[in-house]
Design a protein around this ligand. Sequence first.
Ligand SMILES: [Zn+2]
Length: 125
Amino acid sequence: MKYCTKCGAELLDDAVLCPRCGSLADNSANNGLGVRSGGTNLPAKMNTCSLLGFILSLVGLLFYFNIFGMVSLASVVLSIVGLVQISKNFQRGKGFAIAGLVVGICMFMFCLLVWIMAVGEMAHS
Ligand SMILES: [Zn+2]
């Protein structure tokens, strides 16, 4: 026999609601909510796209004047793809993706500026 935690009325063992006060009977010990869902503690895989995006953003940083920001643009795209995959599949490498994204965008803007200025110079002469 169990008793209502609110009013102390006697309850049937399988009772869900207290017949006197209507409060929920204390079945929290076996309602299934406390059961741990296993299998989520596996080590997460590193996301390849974010890693590649990060490496490409560094390559773009070194060789920006040769390819007019195309490498940086590619690193931005790869980093975004990486971020999407990471949030979907709970993978690692978010830091790489964000770093690749930031460096890639900065370098692409810089290359664009240099390129626009170079075109402007040519137009003036
Ligand atoms: Zn009660």
